[in-house]
Design a protein around this ligand. Structure first.
Ligand code: SF4
Length: 66
């Protein structure tokens, strides 16, 4: 499956994923593919609210990603 995440245009983290090479793997693994597994996408679905800015698609926080 390779669909773009419907939240690409409003996701706070998406611009950073595109410019930070350490996080670029997220684009292929989540944003442009398996977005239903993205922790940010799931958070938005479950809570009907914007996810925390530092929540990464793999469920970790930006600071931990190092
Ligand atoms: S980080 Fe998650 S919510 Fe944001 S654009 Fe990528 S797949 Fe969608």
């Amino acid at each position: 499956m390779s669909d773009d995440c419907p939240n690409v245009s409003r996701c706070e983290l998406f611009p950073r994923l595109k410019t930070d090479s350490a996080l670029a793997f997220c684009l292929e693994q989540y944003c442009h593919a398996d977005f239903v597994r993205c922790a940010r996408y799931r958070y938005a679905q479950e809570h009907r609210a914007k996810p925390p800015a530092d929540l990464l698609p793999n469920g970790k926080q930006l600071a931990e990603a190092g």
